[in-house]
Design a protein around this ligand. Structure first.
Ligand SMILES: [Zn+2]
Length: 153
């Protein structure tokens, strides 16, 4: 079986000051950010800038020093952090890619922004590029949702 990539969902940009960078991107490019979302289990806070007919731009900042994106910022500074591909079924994509020897950052798919399920492919498996796989939140069905702490921005 092959993994079916549906589209690029978003491009992740690592930033140090989320609110300041939202204002910068909105001010310079005129693209509007959605709500700021805090994901304590991932140690990040993020917001999506909505680009017409296109993937969103995800600005992401660490909530603590242990977050992977904190290490990224310390080592490389602000900039492009990852691309996210949308898949229909993340569990089957995960299993399929594991069989091919692809290495992942996490042990299994977990809760991402907006109730989605995500997992990151390790950059060493894709030529130095960090790739996120995402399955959108299902309206009904078997996906379990834990509450997400929301912060108005
Ligand atoms: Zn992302």
């Amino acid at each position: 079986m092959k993994v079916k990539i549906e589209k690029i969902d978003h491009i992740g940009i690592a930033v140090k000051d989320l609110e300041a960078k939202i204002a910068l991107w909105e001010g310079i490019l005129g693209i509007k950010a959605g709500k700021i979302e805090e994901l304590p289990e991932r140690g990040v806070k993020l917001a999506h800038l909505h680009v017409p007919h296109s993937p969103t731009v995800e600005l992401v900042t660490p909530l603590n020093e242990q977050a992977a994106v904190a290490r990224f910022l310390a080592e490389r500074g602000e900039g492009i952090h990852h691309f996210c591909f949308l898949v229909k079924n993340i569990e089957s994509a995960f299993k399929e890619l594991k069989k091919k020897g692809v290495q992942f950052v996490q042990d299994k798919p977990y809760l991402g922004a907006g109730g989605s399920r995500i997992i990151f492919i390790h950059p060493r498996s894709l030529g130095g590029v960090l790739i996120e796989l995402k399955e959108e939140k299902r309206q009904k069905g078997k996906l379990l949702r834990r509450p997400i702490q929301r912060v108005d921005g």
